[in-house]
Design a protein around this ligand. Structure first.
Ligand code: ADP
Ligand code: ARG
Length: 342
């Protein structure tokens, strides 16, 4: 494999940190599962417009290719090589109110965490048999859930395109054909082994075998962030009684993309900011100050519609679950106050 040819205007972290020296040092290394540098960087090489551009194949990838992953993790999360990730998913520590009790600006709230099973490689190099096994384990446990979390599992295979499209449009299901995931090997054998579990009200959902083996999601209309957090914490607890998730002392929960390490938590609101969003500089200054990310309303790499944005915490590693949500809460309070003053 030769050093990749990045276009001149490439701004990804991959092209920033994969210097010729780092490349030469890493190019012949392999993890015990057979994950190589070529696999790790393929998504960013094929998609030079990536913001990050790298994926892992297993927990060991983060050690074997540390010269590439460490600076990316440092820049994205502000988290250093010798730091330890500490988790705190205790809802009792989350002392917040609803930042928009009349639901004037916040349409909905969603919090998700990514998880992968201990004992399996990540989705980038998982075999079809292993992926099917993950689906069986996770959907089996979910089917035994009772009460508010009780629901049904819907495999992607066999789902009509009308149902699939409706679920995507209503923000419940992952989209198909993402080119970043495709180049990372995460869409192999599609749609086999993939699916979505949800309760009746669609306030608790689990995506199986998308970018991570599990994406555990709690969501509802309005801005009651705490209620969404409590439901998620309960669901994760229930799942953890039955399965062991891949994690390390240093990096917390291990995910296929380095942006999701640690808590693997993205807490977001869909919020109307028609005035503030006109002032792009101010909008960016405020979101940066609170470590927030702006996405469009159909998820990552989508556009905003009607002045509505998906605002979420950006950092996920080196801060706890409670702190991730506080990043969102504090930022959203400020965004609402500025929007109202304009
Ligand atoms: P992820 O959250 O897993 O990183 P995406 O950014 O692609 O992935 O979002 C997945 C889906 O969740 C998209 O359909 C998106 O519109 C939806 N979504 C995200 N946040 C919210 C929210 N606060 N309310 C409703 N839907 C949301
Ligand atoms: N690989 C894509 C990029 O670099 C996505 C990165 C973050 N998002 C994610 N879903 N992991 O732009």
């Amino acid at each position: 494999m030769k050093y990749p040819n990045f276009p001149k205007d490439c701004k990804s972290m991959l092209c920033k940190y994969l210097t010729k020296e780092v490349f030469d040092e890493l190019k012949d290394r392999k993890t015990p599962n057979g994950f190589t540098l070529e696999m790790a960087i393929n998504s960013g090489v094929k998609n030079p417009d990536s913001s990050i551009g790298v994926y892992a194949g297993d927990k060991e990838s983060y050690e074997v290719f540390d010269l590439l992953f460490d600076p990316i993790i440092q820049e994205y999360h502000g988290f250093g090589k010798n730091e330890k990730h500490v988790s705190d998913f205790d809802p009792n520590k989350l002392d917040i109110d609803n930042p928009d009790p009349k639901s004037e600006l916040i349409l909905s709230t969603r919090i998700r965490v990514g998880r992968n099973l201990d004992g399996f490689p990540l989705g980038t190099i998982i075999s079809k048999e292993q992926r099917d096994e993950v689906e069986k384990i996770v959907s089996g446990t979910l089917k035994s859930f009772k009460g508010d979390l009780q629901g049904e599992y819907f495999p992607l295979k066999g789902m009509t395109s009308a149902v699939q499209e409706k679920l995507i449009k209503e923000h419940f299901l992952f989209k198909e054909g993402d080119r970043f995931l495709e180049a990372a090997g995460l869409n192999r054998d599609w749609p086999e082994g993939r699916g979505i579990f949800h309760n009746k009200k669609k306030t608790f959902l689990v995506w199986i075998n998308e970018e991570d083996e599990l994406r555990i999601i709690s969501m509802q209309q309005g801005g009651d962030i705490k209620e969404v957090f409590v439901r998620l914490a309960n669901a994760v607890n229930e799942l953890e009684k039955d399965m062991k998730f891949l994690k390390s002392d240093h990096l917390g929960y291990i995910t296929s993309c380095p942006t999701n390490l640690g808590t693997a938590m993205r807490a977001s609101v869909h919020i109307k900011l028609p005035k503030l969003s006109q002032d792009k500089k101010l909008f960016k200054t405020v979101t940066d100050k609170f470590h927030l990310q702006i996405r469009g309303i159909h998820g990552e790499h989508s556009k905003s519609e009607g002045g509505i944005f998906d605002i979420s915490n950006r950092r996920r590693l080196g801060i706890s679950e409670v702190e991730c949500v506080k990043d969102l809460y504090n930022g959203v309070k400020e965004l609402i106050s500025i929007e109202r003053s304009l």
